[in-house]
Design a protein around this ligand. Structure first.
Ligand code: SAM
Length: 457
């Protein structure tokens, strides 16, 4: 690949002969040619700039000087059979650095790495006469006006070096170990990279995270992915909301939702707020409960029975009553764009769990009771339910419980698998009355410490 960097300060590019970039050039992988724009200037002073039309401060670089330079560099043959530089199969890009350009991102750099030649026209002063980009675009040249960040430099040389290095390191054979590119920031889903550590094992009393010392590769991979997600959500919420959704697995989505970013099955990611319910949420909670409860019922349950249950158990009055007793009923809600899309209701304290669930030795009478966990259909699989459940469990632990029990319809295998992923195990059964129709539930228990090895944070 060939880079032609045109500037009034060609010596600026000397550092590109160092390190991996220099080696790549020696190996013939890339060629970097620095050109002095003044070679195409005329007159005694070889001037490249003039005063701006319309007035104002500063000088503007002349289009005619740039055009003489660019015509020549664009005609350089790139391969045999392209002696006049017009072979259609060669991809040549005219890149013009400017703070008002398209932000240079990794996906853009990945695309540029497929070119045969990149010519960078480095502006100085107030920039290059706008007709340069206009003209070359007009005659069919691929023109990219790019910015390396929301700040202003004195000239385009640093931006040219940024582009050259970012593109060249993606070329096959550039990196000694191509795996180095795989998990970098902005690659794959687009996440920022996880924190990295090396020897010494202890540095000024700071330790290496335990999981990295254990050799459990799956656990290490998960830990790194979770840290990458946390970092991205904290440092670059804009990136966290625009990740490549098809490369996010279920655990990624759960980790993102825990950081306040929910990816629905379809459509754009949205910020999600997981918070305690207030009495004022009662009507919205009742509507959410009435929408979601029927979807969890077995298909043969009569609609009248479901409606009777909703009227008796999921009314606004009922939610107002429980929301006003937070010492007994803990309600967490997930809010997206001002609407409630999910909730959990946990009963805590003495006698929280219904009598019919208690089985001494299997389901203890002092367990907290996860009475409800529902999420609107478009947000299922987004990680919102995972976050609600994990927060509800942490809350139950804080209330002094060592286990949490729940009942779920025995036909609802999906719900059982979900709870199993959250450390619940099937311990018993019960009969559950929905509007006068008796249903068979499984009773599942999650120990908050100890026995099953899972600890709450
Ligand atoms: N008057 C221009 C403006 O306000 O947009 C700024 C001109 S700047 C002083 C001179 C040159 O520095 C630009 O033509 C461009 O080549 C380069 N430059 C400055 N900031 C840049 C950035 N953030 N990204 C890319 N190039 C930049």
């Amino acid at each position: 690949m060939r880079f032609d960097l045109i500037s009034i300060f060609p010596d600026y590019f000397a550092p590109l002969t160092l390190s991996l970039m220099g080696k790549a050039e020696d190996a013939g992988l890339v060629s970097v040619e620095a050109h002095d724009l003044r070679e195409w200037a005329t007159g005694k002073h070889r001037s490249v700039d003039d005063t701006p039309y319309g007035g104002g401060a500063g000088m503007v670089m002349r289009a005619d000087v740039w055009a003489r330079a660019l015509d020549e560099v664009l005609a350089i043959p790139l391969r045999t059979g392209d002696e006049d530089g017009t072979l259609a199969s060669s991809r040549r890009i005219l890149a013009i650095p400017t703070p008002s350009g398209t932000p240079l991102t990794q996906p853009l750099v990945e695309d540029l790495a497929c070119a045969d030649q990149i010519i960078v026209a480095c502006g100085r002063y107030e920039g290059i006469d706008a007709r340069v980009a206009q003209h070359y675009r007009g005659v069919g040249v691929e023109v990219l006006e790019f910015s390396i960040g929301d700040y202003v430099l004195n000239g385009g040389e640093v931006a040219a070096m940024v582009l050259t290095e970012a593109v060249a390191r993606l070329l096959d054979g550039f990196m000694g170990n191509p795996d180095s590119l795989v998990e970098e920031s902005h690659s794959g889903a687009g996440l920022l990279e996880y924190p990295v550590f090396t020897k010494p094992r202890e540095f000024r009393s700071l330790q290496i995270p335990e999981v990295l010392l254990g050799g459990n590769h799956a656990a290490i991979e998960r830990w790194r992915r979770d840290r990458a997600i946390e970092k991205t959500a904290a440092v670059r919420p804009d990136i966290a909301l625009s990740l490549r959704a098809d490369s996010l697995g279920r655990e990624d989505r759960a980790a993102l939702a825990a950081c306040g970013v929910a990816y629905p099955r379809e459509g754009a990611a949205r910020p999600v707020d997981i918070r305690r319910a207030e009495v004022g949420d009662a009507h919205a909670l009742s509507a959410l409960a009435a929408r979601t409860f029927p979807e969890a019922c077995p298909p043969d349950l009569p609609r009248e029975a479901i409606d009777a249950f909703i009227a008796a158990e999921l009314s606004p009055d009922m939610f107002e009553a429980v929301a006003s007793q937070p010492e007994r009923y803990r309600i967490l809600v997930a809010e997206v764009d001002g609407a409630l899309v999910g909730y959990t209701l946990t009963v805590v304290g003495k006698g929280a769990i219904p009598d019919e669930c208690v089985r001494p030795g299997k389901v203890e009478a002092d367990a907290a009771y996860l009475s409800k966990c529902y999420v609107d259909a478009p947000w299922r699989g987004s990680g919102i339910a995972d976050t609600l459940v994990e927060r509800a469990l942490a809350d139950a632990a804080q209330c002094g419980h060592t286990s949490v029990a729940l009942g779920t319809n025995r036909a609802n295998k999906h719900a059982q698998a979900f709870y199993k992923r959250h450390g619940f195990r099937r311990r018993s059964t019960r009969i559950f009355d929905v509007g006068g129709v008796l249903n068979h539930d499984v009773v599942m228990v999650r120990h908050l410490t100890g026995a099953d090895g899972r600890q709450l944070a």
